[in-house]
Design a protein around this ligand. Structure first.
Ligand SMILES: *Cc1c(COP(=O)(O)O)cnc(C)c1O
Length: 350
């Protein structure tokens, strides 16, 4: 079968395989059917049974008291920060983490929380000594240290449970709360081979994205103790995230937990397969973790490589120096092999 004749090719764009992100996953027939048939109500009135079911399901899976459905992970993180911190309080966060780098500084802009970045270590975690050094003593000159915000997975890297526990211990000793930006929480759980409850246990709150590898069109869930839900409901209202018949989206989440979550391991295997094939091509330096592959082509090859791949119907990101590729459920075995063949036919600069 020719590259262009691939069965999964999108006729309009001639796209065989889109490796830019796992957010590009589109709902399939089963998920759309679940969305169509979900019982609905007004969730602001607390009357959407499907949202309630999704929230109960996530809370149970993570071993926490309750959960709340949000439109996005950015908003779910922000609502959590707002619940843990007041104006003039301080949050300790990795200097490469999404909450610090990729959320338009919302925690500072909208809630008056200052963010103290701690250098992310090479394993994606935060060094306990770095956390300790960032915690301020109670002194009127200083902001109040209130929250440690962790992330897992980080750029695809899974942070080990030992690493997390060590950092959380330092935070707890200083009386801080702990939040986990678990946009790819279930990729981390899949890679760690642990129960979801184990990764959730050290945290007060966990934000989980449904719209990444789990493949829903939208939605994140913030999981935490029942006592925080009143405050979180208020925060979500302030942030404009209280939705009405959102069960139509929650139904996609329930479907994803049942049908897509068990398949995340396949994305990880695909990433490993792609990384191994790329190493053989000599196009550049390669690393891979969970569902992500990073390729650093030789200087000057970026544009040519992206163009070459696009002509073969393979979309890759334009990041530099390392191009990030994310494997997801809409990249099947055939699409992956097509991508690998396209990489193999690229002639790098020597
Ligand atoms: C995607 C992502 C988020 C949230 O993103 P939204 O697009 O707002 O849903 C938060 N943290 C990390 C690490 C992410 O990858």
């Amino acid at each position: 079968m020719s590259l262009y004749g691939h069965a999964a090719a999108d006729a309009a764009t001639n796209c065989i395989c889109d490796l830019r992100s796992d957010t590009l996953t589109k709902p399939g027939a089963g998920m759309r059917e679940a969305m169509m048939s979900a019982p609905l109500g007004d969730d602001v009135y607390g009357e959407d049974p499907t949202v309630a079911r999704l929230e109960r399901e996530l809370a149970t899976r993570l071993g926490k008291g309750a959960a709340m459905f949000f439109p996005t992970g950015t908003q779910s993180n922000l609502a959590a920060v707002m619940a843990h911190c007041g104006r003039g309080d301080e949050m300790i966060v990795g200097d490469r983490y999404h909450l610090y780098c990729d959320e338009a500084a919302g925690a500072s802009v909208l809630t008056g929380v200052s963010m103290v970045p701690v250098a992310m270590a090479t394993d994606g975690g935060l060094d306990p000594d770095g956390i300790a050094a960032a915690i301020k003593v109670d002194d009127p000159h200083y902001a109040r240290s209130r929250l440690l915000s962790l992330e897992n997975t980080v750029g695809g890297r899974v942070v080990s449970l030992d690493r997390i526990d060590a950092g959380v211990q330092v935070a707890r000793e200083a009386g801080l709360s702990v939040h986990l930006d678990g946009a790819r929480f279930f990729n981390a759980v899949t890679e760690l081979g642990c129960d979801a409850r184990r990764l959730a246990a050290p945290m007060d709150t966990i934000s989980v994205c449904l719209s990444k590898g789990l493949g829903t069109p939208a939605g994140s869930v913030l999981v935490g103790p029942q006592e925080m839900m009143g405050q979180l409901r208020r925060n979500r209202k302030i942030l404009g995230g209280a939705m009405r018949q959102s069960g139509v989206l929650a139904a996609a989440g329930l479907y994803a937990l049942e049908h897509h979550l068990p398949q995340l391991a396949e994305d990880h295997a695909h990433a490993a397969r792609l990384a191994a094939a790329l190493r053989e091509t000599g196009i550049g330096a390669v690393s891979s973790h969970t569902n992500m592959v990073f390729l650093t082509p030789q200087a000057g090859d970026h544009g040519r490589l992206t163009q070459h791949m696009a002509e073969a119907g393979i979309k890759i990101g334009g990041q530099s120096p390392a191009i990030r590729m994310v494997l997801h459920r809409d990249v099947d075995d055939d699409a992956l092999e097509a991508a690998i063949r396209a990489f193999q036919s690229f002639d790098p600069t020597h």
